[in-house]
Design a protein around this ligand. Structure first.
Ligand code: ATP
Ligand code: BTN
Length: 243
């Protein structure tokens, strides 16, 4: 696929969306800094230059949206594999799409789909991964955040090594997802799942639920044991935090 490394852009994911049909499969855009980096639901992704990695990848699928359930969780597993290849294992996954260390949020994943429900479609997969944070950045984030330097206990691995590990894991992992869907990732997800067995509060637009994390199902929905029994939640509908 095409590989673009640019100094500044609004958002690497927006860039791939603009290219749309013109972008070859497995196109990757990396930016040194983003002027409008975004997270889920219009939230801001802090994207200063020089420290971190902001990368998006466009992947085409033939089976339509229907075949892509669980893709954003699979990408979490893919990021964990890339970290593992760098010798960094002390991180885990917070459903649906965060990579956390004991200190806070290390990476965020944003998967956006376009195309048809049944038929050709494309996913733009955006990954923001912190290598080195400043105190100013920690203060700007609305939650505890973390970086590879802390995870590695000193210096972060070289940024090109991290980018290479991430791109390798993406190319291999997205091929695997194309062949096997989320089923091929369920066991790996479970081994990194930080919410299993944890007391949780699930927040929906109108209601909230308290319970204990019970893993994810074959569709990637979050399962929670509540007073009313076992419930499952779709990532489009709710936010979850440890209670
Ligand atoms: P949810 O579980 O609903 O996804 P979330 O709070 O993690 O909740 P996201 O939209 O996934 O929300 O991520 C955006 C949030 O990530 C921001 O509101 C901010 O708190 C945090 N954030 C922003 N920039 C960074 C960064 N560079 N590193 C880590 N975290 C960041
Ligand atoms: C989240 O946790 O909500 C997801 C954050 C995703 C951030 C990455 S950085 C590269 C790509 N470009 C963006 O604007 N967002 C994603």
């Amino acid at each position: 696929g095409a590989l673009d490394v640019v100094w500044e852009i609004d958002s690497t994911s927006s860039e791939l969306q603009r290219r749309g049909a013109a972008a070859p499969d497995l196109s990757v855009v990396i930016a040194e800094t983003q002027s409008a980096g975004r997270g889920r639901r219009g939230r801001t992704w802090l994207s200063p230059p020089g420290l971190n990695l902001y990368l998006s990848c466009l992947k085409r699928f033939d089976g339509g949206f229907a075949s892509l359930t669980g893709l954003s969780l699979a990408v979490g597993v893919i990021v964990m594999r890339a970290l593992g290849a760098l010798g960094l294992c002390d991180a885990g996954l917070k459903w649906p799409n965060d990579v956390l260390t004991p200190d806070g949020k290390l990476a965020g994943i944003l998967v956006e789909l376009s195309g048809e429900y049944q038929g050709p479609c494309a996913a733009v997969i955006g990954i923001g991964l912190n290598l080195r944070l400043t105190d100013a950045l920690r203060q700007q984030a609305g939650q505890p955040i973390s970086d590879l330097a802390t995870l590695a206990g000193g210096e972060a691995p070289d940024r090109n090594r991290v980018a290479a590990a991430l791109i390798t894991a993406l190319c291999e992992g997205l091929d695997q997802f194309d062949r096997q869907g989320f089923a091929g990732f369920v066991d790996d997800y479970a081994s990194h799942d930080l919410l299993r067995g944890a007391p949780l509060r699930v927040q929906g637009p109108q209601a909230q639920w308290d319970g204990v994390g019970a893993g994810v199902d074959a569709r990637g929905a979050l399962c929670v044991r509540t007073e009313e029994g076992l419930q499952s939640f779709d990532s489009a509908d709710v936010s979850v935090r440890r209670a």
